[in-house]
Design a protein around this ligand. Structure first.
Ligand code: AMP
Length: 216
């Protein structure tokens, strides 16, 4: 099964995609993670993306399409993928359709996580992740079971994203409403869109996603 997770920053796309990857053996492709790795490694793509990311703006379509095309090519037949943070513009959605058609792959379902803007800023500014394995946590909603120790790998170092600050989050939300929200009618018209209440508890959101996938 091949999925897109859609929704504003902080809606829980990454958390739910990580869970599906673990439980169903699907491949999570997060353009945000791929771009952050490119910035950290100082590659050409990273150099092109750095400033836009720091300002909470979208990286240009060509760069993002290039980075995702490489990864889609690596997915072995049969392993489903979960696109997390891609596409974010209509032109990216059309490029994705072309990439999948060329590989004779289908997009089965687009899951939109709906969350009102007011709660997103708090969700994002409280986020942190294990520096070793990337498992995601939150100051208020999802602390490690043992304080200071990653539940998944036992790591003891945690990081926070530099763009998870109030000012940048506001720019990211604006971009979501102006550009990415155009994808909702695009996928609705194609019969792919399913909406899930992203305001519910993490486990309840997961349960709703499971029922959507069972029906797909
Ligand atoms: P994320 O981890 O999905 O919140 O993405 C972090 C940042 O990476 C975004 O604020 C953008 O600057 C950039 N980015 C990630 N995915 C995309 C995309 N599909 N198109 C353009 N920029 C992206």
């Amino acid at each position: 099964m091949n999925l897109v997770m859609l929704g504003p920053p902080g809606c829980g796309k990454g958390t739910q995609a990580q869970r599906l990857e673990k439980l169903r053996g699907m491949v999570q492709l997060s353009t945000g993670d791929l771009l952050r790795a490119a910035v950290a490694a100082g590659t050409d793509i990273g150099k092109r993306a750095k400033q836009a990311m720091e300002e909470g703006q979208l990286v240009d379509d060509a760069t993002v399409i290039e980075i995702i095309a490489e990864r889609i090519d690596e997915i072995k037949n049969g392993a489903g993928f979960i696109l997390d943070g891609f596409p974010r513009t209509l032109s990216q959605a059309r490029a994705l359709d072309e990439m999948l058609a060329a590989k004779e792959l289908e997009l089965d379902c687009v899951i939109e996580l709906t969350v009102v803007d007011d709660v997103l800023v708090g969700r994002i500014t409280g986020r942190f992740a294990c520096a070793a394995c990337g498992a995601g946590y939150h100051d208020e909603f999802k602390r490690p079971v043992k304080e200071g120790v990653c539940d998944v790998c036992g790591g003891r170092e945690f990081t926070r994203r530099p763009d998870d600050n109030v000012e940048t989050v506001k720019a990211r939300l604006r971009n979501y409403h102006e550009l990415t929200a155009q994808l909702l009618p695009y996928y609705r018209e194609r019969g792919k869109l399913r909406s899930v209440d992203g305001m519910a508890e993490i486990d309840e959101v997961a349960r709703q996603i499971d029922s959507v996938l069972e029906a797909a």
